[in-house]
Design a protein around this ligand. Structure first.
Ligand code: KIV
Length: 297
């Protein structure tokens, strides 16, 4: 197991930048609740993203598009309460930053002020660049996200790798550079050919965080449910499963159901007792009442 630097001090934006300069990889994972945040923090993860992937992984939506700011605020609050060391990044959901700079700042302020996020993430470049400037101008650190941006998957032709032609790779490279110039402290590269991601990572001064973008990004991110085997979807090519917790949970619930049905649970060790003399008094009083039911009416 590798150790992480400064296990007890809060990760800062400067730390992330310095780690890139030293060639040390950054670890990011999504989390959506208090116990998850505590586990990720204790494992020494550097950045916890409360992704809008909560939409399909936690809230049962088909895509990330329907999830609202109010729904994510509850999750960000729980994650912030469970995190001491990692940087907590709140993902701004679809519709929360597209309309205007003012709406983007108002929604991002809620994530920071009401929920305790350290930073926000927004998808896309182009129109998102003005939003990044507005948010950074308001004092809110912003992580960018290019490549496969699930909120606009329909526009991108579906959930597939991006930047696979020279022209598209150049566009992606330019977008990542523009996000850095607009003030992003880091940029997520999702589903991008490894060679293109390497070039982008070499060009940018701020750290890149890859998901399906090869080994040369400055850090990596995986979605909690993918990494731990908590969903039954066929995992994307870029997912590595480190556990099969979903199967463990299912087995545990089936064993519990069996125990309840057969009477094996609860057993003596899970049961409270009453001293014998108190029990005798209780039973005598109960019998008395049953013999004369109207006595104490
Ligand atoms: O919402 C999310 O989980 C994300 C990561 C895949 C980067 O945006």
């Amino acid at each position: 197991m590798t150790s992480h630097p400064n296990p007890s001090t809060k990760v800062s934006l400067t730390d992330l930048q310095e780690r890139k300069s030293r060639g040390e990889k950054l670890v990011m994972v999504t989390a959506y609740d208090y116990p998850g945040a505590r586990l990720a923090d204790a494992a020494g993860v550097d950045i916890i993203l409360v992704g809008d992937s909560a939409a399909d992984n936690v809230l049962g939506y088909d895509t990330t598009v329907p999830v609202t700011v109010d729904e994510l605020l509850v999750l960000v609050r729980a994650v912030a309460r469970g995190t001491e060391r990692a940087l907590v990044v709140a993902d701004m959901p679809f519709g929360s930053f597209q309309i205007s700079d003012e709406a983007a700042v108002a929604n991002a302020v809620r994530f920071v002020k009401e929920a305790g996020a350290d930073a926000v993430k927004i998808e896309g470049a182009g129109p998102s660049l003005a939003r990044v400037q507005a948010l950074v101008g308001a004092g809110i650190p912003v992580m960018g996200h290019v490549g496969l941006t699930p909120q606009s998957a329909t526009m991108l032709g579906g959930f597939k790798a991006q930047g696979r032609t020279a022209a598209k790779a150049r566009r992606l490279h330019a977008d990542a550079r523009a996000l850095e110039a607009a003030g992003c402290f880091s940029v997520v590269l999702e589903a991008v050919p490894a060679e293109v991601a390497r070039r982008v990572s070499d060009t940018l001064h701020v750290p890149t965080i890859g998901i399906g973008a090869g080994p040369d990004c400055d850090g990596q991110v995986l979605v909690w449910h993918d990494l731990l085997g908590l969903n039954d979807r066929k995992p994307a090519r870029f997912v590595k499963r480190y556990a099969d917790i979903g199967t463990d949970i299912q087995r545990a619930l089936e064993a519990y159901a069996d125990d309840v049905r057969t009477g094996a649970f609860p057993s003596e060790e899970h049961t409270y007792t009453i001293p014998a003399e108190e029990l005798a008094l209780f039973e005598a009083a109960t019998e008395e009442r049953e013999r004369a039911p109207d006595a104490d009416r």
